[in-house]
Design a protein around this ligand. Structure first.
Ligand code: SF4
Ligand code: SF4
Length: 266
């Protein structure tokens, strides 16, 4: 950890950064997001397997605009979110100083291209337990799947913690807060909940980088990550696009090729 602290301390002393977003130990031993503005604070900086929060969620917050250069300690999910945000023109090369720790060594990325290469070489295989769960849902009849999701989503209290935790949910005004026209019913009831979750999943289809922050944030333990994961699997198998792995903008749902499959038209 001393290598990381020394490095970040040097960035502060040489004026390269004026804010560093990393982690410190939380009350229950978790890696808690932490905002460091002075080298003297860095004795609290940690990075271990408990640092799972996706720090990319903070980068578009207006509160950070007053800082001239921000450093970020990125776990793998954060690196993928950075690539996806760059592909969506939400962040630019050189805007942030990005570090990670791999095999006990601190890595400083020269640019977003270097992150793209790192992600390509370290992409994990899908979690077999999640795939097994998805297959189990897929094996159900249409009526059983409807029953499963309406039951799960009925407990949603519409706190929008899933939206707040998601690094790719960055619209300044979310559709659920529009009331002229009112697209999605406000009360946390059956139909409004279904509308919200369909909107959320479709807006993240092919963009979700699978960091799991939405599910982790949900106080009702609703397995909403499976909705976006399922949509992503369809996009990967039909269009070969894996979100959070490429810098160039190429989004299946906003473009077409003349030889695209049309088997969805019935
Ligand atoms: S897993 Fe959830 S929080 Fe992470 S990018 Fe996908 S929708 Fe957003
Ligand atoms: S965090 Fe859970 S309860 Fe809150 S809006 Fe999202 S799905 Fe519903």
């Amino acid at each position: 950890m001393s290598e990381l602290i020394n490095k970040v301390s040097q960035f502060f002393s040489s004026g390269i950064i004026d804010l560093f977003i990393g982690y410190k130990k939380g009350r229950l031993g978790e890696g808690k997001p932490a905002f460091f503005t002075k080298p003297e604070q860095l004795n609290e900086l940690i990075f271990d397997e408990n640092c799972i929060v996706n720090l990319a969620v903070y980068l578009r917050k207006p509160e950070l605009k007053k800082y001239s250069k921000i450093g970020v300690l990125a776990n793998f999910g954060t690196l993928r979110a950075l690539l996806q945000l760059a592909a969506e023109n939400q962040i630019a090369d050189g805007q942030y100083l990005i570090l990670t720790v791999a095999d006990g060594k601190v890595l400083e990325f020269a640019n977003l291209k270097a992150i793209e290469e790192y992600v390509a070489n370290n992409l994990p295989k899908p979690n077999p337990e999640r795939i097994a769960f998805l297959k189990e849902i897929e094996s159900k009849s249409r009526e059983e799947r409807w029953e499963f999701w309406t039951r799960e989503l009925a407990s949603c209290i519409r706190c929008y913690a899933c939206r707040a935790a998601c690094p790719l949910c960055y619209c300044e005004q979310c559709l659920v807060e529009c009331n002229q026209p009112q697209w999605v019913g406000v009360p946390p009831t059956g139909m409004g909940n279904l509308e919200w979750h369909i909107v959320r999943a479709m807006h993240l289809a092919g963009r979700c980088i699978g960091c799991g922050e939405c599910e982790a944030a949900c106080p009702m333990e609703i397995p909403i990550g499976f909705l976006t994961q399922k949509l992503n699997m369809a996009i990967i198998s039909n269009f070969g696009q894996v979100p959070g792995t490429k810098l160039e903008p190429d989004y299946a749902l906003s473009t077409f090729k003349v030889d695209d499959k049309e088997n969805f038209i019935r």
